[in-house]
Design a protein around this ligand. Structure first.
Ligand code: SAM
Length: 214
């Protein structure tokens, strides 16, 4: 859902382009869940990666490649995205969409549970300077802990849906997704090595900077 306020911003500053619209159409055509990042969040991620100068990006939750396009198109020459996804069928669609966007060489997918892929990346000594967390919400606290093991000091973590339909502050809502997001936001706010903020954009985007010195 895009509010009138969000539509004003998008129309004036960064309307969703044909590539991104094409991915949304493809998702609907194939009956996949329509849960890509909001266009405003996508545009913001592109801006953030450019400003930060990130080269090595980790994405947790690929779906059809919408956010991967937003991240990969912001990379400098030689930059790369590693995207983690449990559903192999989604990875096929994501790779087709990245191919159409001319970005397939900038994104590698790892198929499997993100929790395990993160351990593999750590064992391989892979390190990143930007991470997008956007998979199953109950595991957000685990993803934060494991991402911190592979994030370079000075790196940035962005986590989507951290207001979760405004349920996150409603004490009457107690399900696993809400609990995961609440815990994640508390960890991001209180972790001594993180400087964080929850931007109330779209469904909420928590941003955390991994401090170089604590
Ligand atoms: N970031 C994508 C975008 O904006 O284009 C949307 C990702 S969608 C919200 C969440 C994705 O996480 C789904 O494709 C789902 O299959 C994947 N997922 C869910 N649980 C997972 C897990 N345990 N490990 C890896 N991926 C998972």
């Amino acid at each position: 859902m895009t509010s009138d306020r969000e539509q004003y911003v998008l129309t004036l500053f960064q309307p969703e382009d044909a590539v991104l619209q094409g991915i949304r159409n493809e998702i609907r055509k194939r009956g996949m869940p329509d849960i890509s990042v909001h266009p405003l969040v996508g545009a913001f991620l592109t801006f953030l990666v450019q400003v930060h100068g990130s080269r090595d990006i980790l994405e947790i939750g690929s779906l059809a490649g919408y956010s991967a396009v937003c991240l990969a198109r912001a990379l400098p020459r030689g930059g790369h995205v590693v995207s983690l996804e449990v559903n192999p069928d989604y990875v096929v669609v994501a790779r087709e969409n990245l191919h159409r966007a001319g970005l397939e060489n900038r994104v590698t997918h790892m198929v499997g549970l993100a929790e395990q892929s993160l351990d593999t990346l750590d064992r391989q000594g892979r390190r990143f300077d930007f991470a997008l967390i956007d998979a199953d919400k109950e595991n957000y606290p685990v993803y934060l802990e494991k991402t911190l093991k592979v994030l370079r000091p000075g790196g940035i973590i962005a986590a989507d849906n951290t207001l979760w339909g405004d349920k996150v502050w409603d004490p009457t809502v107690q399900d696993e997704s809400v609990a995961g997001i609440r815990r994640f936001n508390e960890m991001a706010a209180q972790h001594p090595a993180l400087k964080s903020l929850l931007c109330p954009m779209a469904d909420g985007l928590t941003l955390a900077r991994y401090l170089e010195e604590v």
